[in-house]
Design a protein around this ligand. Structure first.
Ligand code: HEM
Length: 159
């Protein structure tokens, strides 16, 4: 995994400043894209109202809470850019929890694509190749830790 440079951090912080203030609408753009990319993921959200369609999902308060949770994890990563390893234990545990609810590690990568789509749509001209790369690097660190937790949980279950 590439180290994040000072420039990467500046690009991430600058772009998140306004997006992070409107987490739910931006998170909804991201998850709507995620379900376009992989509609099978809808079935993993089993709340009081089942997510049969994207519309069902985004009308569900519990689903919107998950959207907020995801955006808060991104927010935490942006606030800890100088010390991402401090999030390791939290992310390992988060990976374990996702293994338990049936999310595959490949799906974390699809979330990454959906994140980039949301950034592109929301930032317009400010979405540049270096900015895309900076976000990919940061999200890559988050997913690497979640995937390690996911794999550990899988091993426990195989025992
Ligand atoms: C393929 C995509 C994903 C699916 C299908 C998925 C599904 C779920 C489900 C079913 C839960 C348990 C119910 C709930 O709390 O709403 C959950 C919890 C959670 N998810 Fe996800 N998730 C996905 C990706 C992510 C990503 C990428 C993040 C953060 C970067 C994330 C952050 C969280 C958090 C913080 C919780 C709460 C964990 C806890 O209870 O301590 N999710 N997710």
């Amino acid at each position: 995994m590439e180290e994040l440079s000072a420039k990467d951090k500046e690009l991430i912080r600058g772009s998140w400043e306004s997006l992070g203030k409107n987490k739910v609408p931006h998170g909804v753009i991201m998850f709507s894209r995620l379900f376009e990319l992989d509609p099978a993921l809808l079935s993993l959200f089993r709340y009081s109202t089942n997510c049969d369609t994207t519309q069902d999902c985004v009308s569900s308060p519990e689903f919107l809470e998950h959207v907020t949770k995801v955006m808060l994890v991104i927010d935490a990563a942006v606030s800890h850019l100088d010390d991402l390893p401090s999030l390791e234990d939290f992310l390992l545990n988060l990976g374990r929890k996702h293994q338990a609810v049936g999310v595959s590690t490949q799906s974390f990568a699809v979330v990454g694509e959906a994140l980039l789509y949301m950034l592109q749509r929301s930032l317009g001209q400010a979405y540049t190749a270096p900015l895309r790369q900076a976000w990919l690097s940061m999200y890559g660190v988050v997913v690497a830790a979640m995937s390690r937790g996911w794999a550990e949980n899988g091993e426990d279950k195989a025992d």
